[in-house]
Ligand binder design. Structure first.
Ligand code: ACO
Length: 468
């Protein structure tokens, strides 16, 4: 059956899933305030004709969306379930209303609570940004001092966490240890399950933001057989993490200020990115009202995958595999022939240069002045140059994402490759928590439970095993 959209315009993209419905005629639509007539006399509704029945439905439009449940009234027969939308991977479905992060993927814009990422990366510390994400406004000086003090005094973990870490095999991936340790934290703080109590949630913010660097560093130290280093509350958030990672026998660890700031900026850049895979996991798992440590473990597990937070690790492995600039054309050819992907390129939302990648590229220069140039940078720069001129990548709007250059900086700072997703998770914790709290306080949210289109067998009888 045909689909007719009489009013082309900015909301057309919202109708993608409707156009897949076989018997629906989307006849007219307009946009303004919900349900009411606009100054031009147009109604802010979508009129849908079901060509199976000839019935017409008027569906309100709000914030350029229609409610999927409004489609349920569309039925061929009275006892039908009603119309649904089909949207694998949530390509065109908003699962929440949010005030935290704004992305315009076509223009390459990223803002937290309205502030451009470029300004936050230049003018703020990670802890200021974490406060902003969770509380909605940048802190005053006094608020920041209190916030920093509360997080800093929650950086220690229970001694049993060390024993727990010791249980892992010597070559366990640090992200596996990190995910498990996050889940284990829930057993130390059982009162965190009282998620409706603001004071409990606040304690969780302090504890999770405070403890993730400690867990991350412990996972690393275990993997290299080094003793665990306890947090040093005299150091900054990033400086303390560097100390717990790399301190050897010196009585006081002094982080290099350039590297300390670079790491802090990387945490800022990774802090939130609206409804990505791991954040959706945090919200989805959190919607069951499980404690936040368990939800955060689920989010971290989602981040581990090579298409998400594991991509920066995959980029480094890819650059190693390429090995030299001369081999880039052959590698690009393989990618275009479908033999693998150019890791660190492409994004579900950005169809332009990822603004975080631009900041990281500049940051890399500062870091390399201290550490010396990472030899893989030349391969990465050449790879980017060639890809950005290639029709395959141009046509598909594939640009470097946040992970393309971040791994090079991490490696120059002596982080092993398998720690990269863990570093991502440290920064992302504040975003997960902000999104989790927003979900909890949103009266429209319920336990997340997608629908399915069942295409399996109709009812059939079981034959006995002996007769099959
Ligand atoms: N290299 C080569 N081709 C690519 C790449 C890539 N990195 N990314 C997408 N494409 C191609 C696809 O093959 C597809 O081509 P086709 O239309 O001929 O089939 C087209 O571009 C669209 O790709 P999709 O997979 O449909 O795009 P989607 O939005 O689902 O995927 C993703 C986004 C997962 C990020 C993808 O671009 C990718 O795999 N990139 C590499 C992994 C990566 O860097 N991930 C980090 C993302 S950022 C983050 O999580 C922090």
């Amino acid at each position: 059956m045909k689909v007719r959209d009489e009013e082309t315009g900015p909301i057309n993209h919202l109708l993608t899933s409707l156009t897949d419905l076989p018997s629906i005629n989307v006849r007219s639509c307009s946009m303004q305030a919900s349900g009411s007539a606009t100054p031009s006399g147009k109604r802010n509704t979508l009129t849908v004709i079901d060509n199976r029945t000839g019935k017409q439905y008027e569906i309100p439009i709000e914030h350029e969306t229609i409610k999927s449940t409004d489609l349920r009234q569309i039925k061929e027969n009275a006892d039908d379930f009603g119309m649904m939308t089909y949207d694998p991977a949530f390509m065109n479905t908003a699962a929440c209303r949010s005030t935290i992060t704004f992305i315009d993927g076509d223009k390459g814009i990223l803002r937290y609570r309205g502030y451009p990422i470029e300004q936050l990366a230049e003018k703020c510390s990670y802890l200021e940004v974490a406060y902003l994400l969770i509380n909605g406004e940048l802190p005053t000086k006094a608020q920041l001092e209190e916030w920093t003090m509360n997080i800093t005094t929650h950086t220690f973990v229970h001694e049993n966490i060390k024993k727990f870490m010791d249980g892992f095999h010597y070559d366990a991936h640090p992200m596996g240890m990190f995910v498990s340790a996050l889940a284990a934290l829930s057993t130390f703080y059982p009162s965190a399950k009282h998620i409706t109590e603001p004071a409990e949630r606040t304690m969780t913010f302090y504890r999770l933001i405070g403890k993730v660097p400690t867990l991350a560093a412990f996972a690393y130290r275990h993997s290299v057989g080094m003793p665990y280093i306890l947090p040093d509350n005299e150091l900054s958030y990033a400086g303390n993490f560097l100390g717990m990672m790399f301190k050897v026998a010196e009585p006081q660890y002094h982080p290099n200020p350039v590297l300390e700031r670079a790491l802090d900026v990387l945490f800022i850049l990774h802090a939130d990115h609206e409804q990505n895979c791991s954040t959706s996991a945090m919200r989805g798992v959190g919607s069951s009202q499980v404690d936040p440590y368990s939800a955060a473990a689920a989010a971290a597990a989602a981040l581990y995958g090579p298409l998400h937070g594991g991509a920066n690790e995959a980029v480094l492995r890819m650059l190693d595999e390429i090995g030299s600039k001369e081999k880039i054309p052959a590698f690009i050819k393989d990618v275009k022939d479908g033999k693998g992907r150019l890791m660190g390129f492409g994004h579900r939302v950005y169809k332009n240069y990822d603004p975080r990648a631009s900041i990281i590229k500049r940051l890399a220069d500062q870091v390399f002045e201290v550490t010396g140039r990472n030899p893989k940078l030349d391969i990465a720069l050449e790879l980017e140059r060639i890809a950005l001129q290639d029709d395959y990548f141009i046509k598909r709007k594939l640009y470097p994402n946040v992970d393309f250059y971040s791994g090079l900086i991490y490696q120059a700072m002596r982080f092993p490759v398998d720690m990269f997703p863990v570093l991502f998770a440290i920064g992302r914790m504040s975003g997960w928590l902000a999104q989790w709290q927003e979900m909890l306080l949103d009266a429209e949210q319920k336990i997340a439970r997608p629908r399915q289109v069942y295409l399996g067998h109709d009812n059939r009888d079981v034959t006995m095993l002996s007769q099959r």
